[in-house]
Design a protein around this ligand. Structure first.
Ligand code: URA
Length: 205
């Protein structure tokens, strides 16, 4: 029977995903990291795959990269709970290696179903693996930053992966510019700007 409520549908998908054995990562994982956040989020953030902390906790972006991601989101006025955060692959690749092509292809249907249920207007892709996978290209990261990419009815923005920023703090400025651009675009396509103006007018009258 199909669930009556979209939150319930996402929860049902999560339960199904937790049992997944579609690729070899199932052999070595401790947890399936499905993702978390607002099931109706207008912004979805997609990373590469869980690291050790995420594999232990079952939650995305909770380690050092996650702490930085939380700050990046806060810098453009988003709390973690109001977006949805997930990854290209739901299980940790051993020793934090990049996910392999067959692992990505096996896992993508979960992400596609997640996005279908959440229905975001905008997507933030963190790093080259996430961006190349979703945009179906092999471009370097630099060629993908700085513009909106249209993908299945959603506007995608690309920036550095927080782990890369931890290794190269001088890239933070570029990331900040990328997310500012995302925020402006998000406000325009979701009408947030207009709402904020209305709120201001109402509180002034
Ligand atoms: N890096 C990722 O790409 N995803 C996580 O969830 C954590 C670290």
């Amino acid at each position: 029977m199909s669930p009556a409520h979209p939150n319930e549908a996402l929860e049902q998908l999560r339960r199904e995903c937790l049992e997944c054995r579609r690729c070899g990562l199932a052999e070595t994982r401790n947890s399936v990291v499905f993702g978390e956040g607002d099931p109706k989020a207008k912004l979805v953030v997609i990373g590469e795959g869980p690291g050790a902390d995420e594999d232990q906790s079952g939650r995305p972006f909770v380690g050092r990269s996650g702490q930085l991601l939380t700050k990046i989101l806060a810098s453009i006025g988003f709390r973690r709970e109001e977006v949805f955060i997930c990854n290209i692959v739901k299980c940790r690749p051993p020793s934090n290696r990049n996910p392999m092509r067959d692992e990505i292809e096996a896992c993508l249907p979960w992400l596609e179903r997640q996005l279908g249920l959440i229905g975001p207007k905008a997507v933030l892709l963190l790093g080259k693996v996430a961006a190349n996978t979703i945009l179906r290209n092999t471009l370097p990261l630099g060629a993908m930053r700085g513009k909106a990419w249209r993908w299945e009815g959603r506007d995608c923005f690309v920036t550095y992966h927080p782990a890369a920023l931890l290794r190269n703090p001088n890239w933070k400025r570029g990331c900040w510019e990328d997310v500012q651009q995302l925020r402006r675009h998000y406000d325009t396509i979701t009408g947030t700007e207009a709402n904020r103006e209305n709120e201001k007018e109402q509180s002034a009258s």
